[in-house]
Design a protein around this ligand. Structure first.
Ligand code: IFM
Length: 467
């Protein structure tokens, strides 16, 4: 892609900027977070159905049973996307709608739904971007170990091919996994996400089987004819609190290894990083890595999806408990945010997105990238005049788009930007309490209202840039 970048980082902070021709403007959602219809048309139970019904796991006992009722309202929702001028819509397919038990009989009615959604998008001139796994694993597979079991990676490849055979004539971009970091560590180490397992060794087996599942699914998709295959990671810039302190730098390196390189290196270089392997070997015996696996994982991809929200700061602190979602991180302290935060208490630091993209461009050259998620939770709802004044979300996205533009100016091959999220939805363990949407959802009436950020984003898209 030739980047016709019209500004440089030397310009004033809020100068007008234009993105390259063909830069893709989109918005993203995920199946369990918006669809509802949890027991309809043959959908089987997923780990999130089980988890959300387990007392104490999700805020106020919220579940995805109804969510945004998108399963029934997709026509109106697509009309809304068209009104915003989206070039592409990133949605995920619910595995338990397609194969209710993960393997075995295919549920045609589940495929029919995504068929209708795809046709509706195309009819409105919106390119469908499909993610095959955004965390709703069929419960039956979890009953057999979930991602700690190699068989799940094999089942994932079969499922990927089934979906491709139905939609592949109309869907160009196929993303295998969304944020395997979350599936592995939040699901099997800290247990704050489904399936709620708290076992560091299990989480490392899950990392490997997710990586393997990506590789096997990529092979299956290619063999079936897929043109554009992708994976979405959520890499995080990890900074030492004191860059002059060698122990802090080592701490940052370890967390970077567990957060980022444990996915990026096998995927893009065909090897696990030596320092990560050495660390991990203290926690588990690595028998789950079999001969030939790395070759399978290291399939060429066409675009790397990047979900970005915030960086992390760490320091070496003997006796610190570490973080459960980073196995073996005892002795490392995670600095609480300083400065502005979103409603998730996540720090707002757009410059770290530029730094992340330029680092990925340097360390993994030749990899086109796409921002597949970026956005912010803020609580504003409709004011007396019916508008939703969410200026903080506008500022957040504005800052991150400028950060993307800076990365383009530095030579990064960045193809587009998907805002998270099209609409308020089920924010996992936080239930419906946290609102990431640019469209407000009233969960009692299911009424959708464009927030100010949605109207602003429509102008960004129309202008292909910022004022
Ligand atoms: O809502 C999630 C999404 O499902 C995955 N990426 C992060 C978002 C905000 O937490």
């Amino acid at each position: 892609m030739t980047a016709t970048v019209t500004s440089t980082s030397a310009q004033p902070a809020r100068a007008g900027i234009t993105f390259p021709d063909g830069f893709v403007w989109g918005a993203a959602t995920a199946s369990y977070q918006i669809e509802g219809a949890a027991r309809e048309d043959g959908r089987g139970p997923s780990i999130w159905d089980t988890f959300s019904r387990t007392p104490g796991k999700v805020y106020a006992g919220h579940t995805g049973d109804i969510a945004c009722d998108h399963y029934h309202r997709y026509v109106d929702d697509v009309a809304l996307m068209a009104d915003l001028g989206l070039a592409s819509y990133r949605f995920s397919v619910a595995w338990p709608r397609i194969r209710p038990d993960g393997t075995g009989p295919v549920n045609t009615k589940g495929l029919d739904f995504y068929d209708r959604l795809t046709d509706e998008l195309l009819a409105k001139g919106i390119d469908p971007t499909v993610t095959l796994y955004h965390w709703d694993l069929p419960q039956t597979l979890e009953d057999h170990g979930g991602w700690t079991n190699r068989a799940t990676a094999e089942a994932f490849a079969e499922y990927a091919e089934i979906v491709y055979r139905r939609l592949g004539d109309r869907v160009a971009t196929w993303t295998t996994l969304n944020e395997p970091w979350c599936s592995a560590y939040l699901g099997y180490a800290s247990g704050i996400h489904a399936p709620g397992v708290k076992d560091p060794a299990a989480s490392l087996a899950a990392v490997h089987h997710l990586n393997l599942g990506h590789g096997l699914a990529t092979q299956a998709l290619r063999a079936a004819g897929a043109q554009r295959v992708s994976i979405t990671l959520n890499p995080c810039e990890v900074y030492p609190v004191d860059p002059e302190n060698a122990a802090d730098r080592d701490a940052a390196r370890l967390i970077d290894g567990l957060a980022n390189r444990i996915f990026l290196d096998p995927l893009l270089r065909g090897e696990y990083p030596a320092d990560v392997l050495e660390h991990v070997a203290r926690l588990t015996d690595l028998a789950f890595v079999q001969d030939g696996d790395l070759k399978i994982i290291n399939q060429p991809i066409d675009v790397l999806g990047i979900n970005f929200y915030n960086p992390a700061y760490v320091s070496a602190k003997p006796g610190a408990p570490g973080a459960l979602d980073y196995p073996g991180s005892e002795g490392i302290a995670f600095r609480p945010p300083v400065g502005p935060v979103t409603d998730m208490n996540w720090p707002i630091e757009p410059a770290s997105l530029t730094r992340l993209l330029t680092r990925l461009h340097r360390d993994y050259p030749g990899t086109p990238m796409m921002i597949t998620e970026n956005g912010a939770a803020f609580p504003e709802g409709p004011a007396a005049d019916g508008n939703v004044p969410d200026q903080r979300r506008i500022d957040y996205v504005d800052g991150h788009l400028r950060a993307c533009h800076d990365a383009l100016a530095a030579g990064v091959d960045l193809r587009g930007y998907f805002l998270w999220s099209l609409m308020d939805n089920f924010e996992w363990a936080e239930g419906y309490k946290k609102r990431f949407g640019i469209v407000h959802v009233d969960y009692t009436t299911q009424q959708r209202v464009l927030k100010d950020s949605a109207k602003w984003y429509r102008e960004v898209i129309r202008r292909n840039g910022l004022e």
